[in-house]
Ligand binder design. Structure first.
Ligand code: TNX
Length: 501
């Protein structure tokens, strides 16, 4: 006897799909005879799908060439195809008793259709060993496309280092919600986490034992490690966005290279959680030689279009020095072939036209960000009071901080990026990000507990049409994620706002 699966509705997916037409008479069941056919360009997504379905089903699920013949599909086939007319990252999935036709606007769209398909299967599909379940997918058609092209998570690997394996695992959990960028906060006062050939003491001194908050998070990525992460992410249609935080948040760099301080004297290494006390020196040529080398090496390692230069909380840099520094730094990013991205404080300076501004504060207005938007700069929204995954859920939850207030699941969901700041409308928005700072984190499980279940809220805001936003619907769909996370061994906070099964 096979177990009875919990019936799923066609729209029971996070992020909410744009258009859902259920057909109760058209369910499809994956069985031992099911095959996957891959049109040209989708072979790699087909392998990803097969790898996602084989462990729990125990079926072979062979992958072969395209079997689409004049629009008809051979029985028992999940057919992957591409039709550029759908648009980038979009997909259409037609589920009928004979099979599934999943057409993406590009291979990324097919990949997002696969993520939807996984959520439409019983939760046991995430198990690592064969489960006796009837693998039925609800019938009908889904047409789906993203609202924003930039849907991002951020991981702070400076305050607490996460290994390559941990970052890969984190990424695997994010892509299930159609996240397509991972911003790595690689440097801060407490540590430097990326190997730089021209300034080797950065990691030799500030990447090792004793670094990180409380000295509890040592480590760094070699160039090979970083390349491995970039490739792993690209395989999942995720762009890595590296951040080198300047001119503030540089104590670890100054410990390694005292010539980067005003007086040339090395500061003490720091493992506390203060912010805003360190700065590069705007008037020293060493500063720009350093920045140019770092940006050149990071650009060479990074196929994605962006380099994030931080720019936040430069509290001991005068306003004049800050502008001088930013106005010399950003053209270096452009010179190395990348688009500068930085926290919104940077908007007080003159920005190269391709620069993107990321808003992170909790105020209801920000003149600098509004001015940048008016000048045609794209904006990424990550207001701390809704999107900061390091904020506590409630006063009695750990880990977490609370300077931006408590961020319940409902708070994470209850905002819209086009309404957040006067002067920043839909047209200016590149997208949204959910940052995870790691001062209070010690393990991957800590990171997962802070991320889930709030990241799905931010992912839905970034992907789904605004008119689908509905808290009651979201919390019901979110409840269904619990057994999926349990099956994957992913920790999550059992927020009392949600009626978990
Ligand atoms: C502010 S947000 C910071 C980080 C801290 C974070 C803690 C931002 C651009 N800077 O340095 O880690 O708060 O929530």
């Amino acid at each position: 006897m096979k177990g009875v699966a919990v019936t799923r509705g066609l729209g029971d997916v996070i992020p909410a799909p744009g258009e859902v037409r259920p057909d109760a008479a058209a369910d499809f069941t994956i069985d031992s005879g099911t095959r996957i056919s891959a049109a040209a360009g989708t072979e790699h997504v087909a392998e990803h799908l097969a790898a996602a379905l084989r462990p729990a089903t125990g079926y072979d699920l062979p992958v072969g060439g395209a079997s689409l013949d004049a629009g008809a599909v051979a029985p028992g086939v999940i057919a992957l195809a591409v039709d550029a007319a759908l648009g980038s990252e979009a997909y259409r999935m037609e589920i009928s008793p004979g099979g599934i036709v999943l057409t993406g606007g590009d291979p990324a769209g097919v990949f997002y259709g696969v993520q939807t398909l996984r959520q439409l299967l019983p939760a046991e599909i995430y198990a690592g060993v064969p489960r006796r379940v009837t693998w039925t997918v609800p019938g009908g058609t889904i047409s789906d496309r993203p609202r924003f092209s930039y849907r991002s998570g951020m991981l702070d690997v400076a305050r607490h280092f996460f290994t390559v394996a941990e970052v890969k695992s984190y990424l695997d959990t994010l892509v299930q919600f159609k996240i397509n960028h991972l911003h790595l906060h690689l440097t801060d006062d407490q540590g430097w986490r990326i190997e730089i050939d021209s300034w080797p003491k950065l990691t030799a001194i500030s990447g090792g034992e004793g670094t990180g908050v409380d000295g509890a998070g040592p480590g760094f990525y070699t160039k090979a490690d970083y390349a491995e992460l970039v490739a792993y992410a690209a395989d999942r249609f995720v762009t890595i966005v590296p951040e080198i935080d300047m001119p503030g948040h540089v104590n670890a760099a100054q410990v390694a290279y005292p010539e980067l301080t005003t007086d040339g004297i090395a500061p003490e290494p720091r493992t506390d959680v203060e912010v805003g006390y360190s700065s590069l020196v705007a008037a020293k040529e060493e500063t720009y030689a350093f920045a140019d080398d770092i940006l050149r090496e990071i650009a060479a390692l990074t196929p994605g279009p962006y380099i994030h230069i931080g720019g936040d909380e430069a509290l001991v840099t005068t306003a004049e020095d800050y502008r001088t520094f930013i106005e010399r730094l950003l053209p270096l990013v452009v010179k190395h072939g990348k688009r500068p991205l930085g926290w919104h404080e940077m908007a007080s300076a003159d920005l190269p036209p391709t620069t993107i501004v990321q808003y992170w504060r909790i105020e209801a207005t920000d003149d600098g960000t509004a001015r940048a938007a008016a000048a045609g700069h794209k904006v990424i929204m990550s207001p701390a009071d809704h999107t900061y995954l390091d904020m506590k859920y409630a006063a009695d939850t750990t880990p977490g901080l609370d300077w931006a207030g408590l961020v319940s699941v409902e708070k994470a969901y209850a905002w819209d990026p086009a309404d957040r700041l006067p002067g920043v409308t839909e047209e200016s928005l590149l997208g949204v990000e959910a940052p995870l700072w790691s001062e209070t984190l010690r393990t991957l499980a800590d990171a997962q507990t802070m991320t889930f279940p709030r990241l799905p809220a931010i992912a839905e805001i970034g992907w789904s049409p605004r008119e689908t936003h509905n808290w009651e619907s979201f919390r019901t769909r979110l409840a269904a994620c619990a057994p999926r996370w349990q099956a994957q061994g992913v920790a999550f906070h059992p927020a009392p706002e949600i009626n978990w099964p």
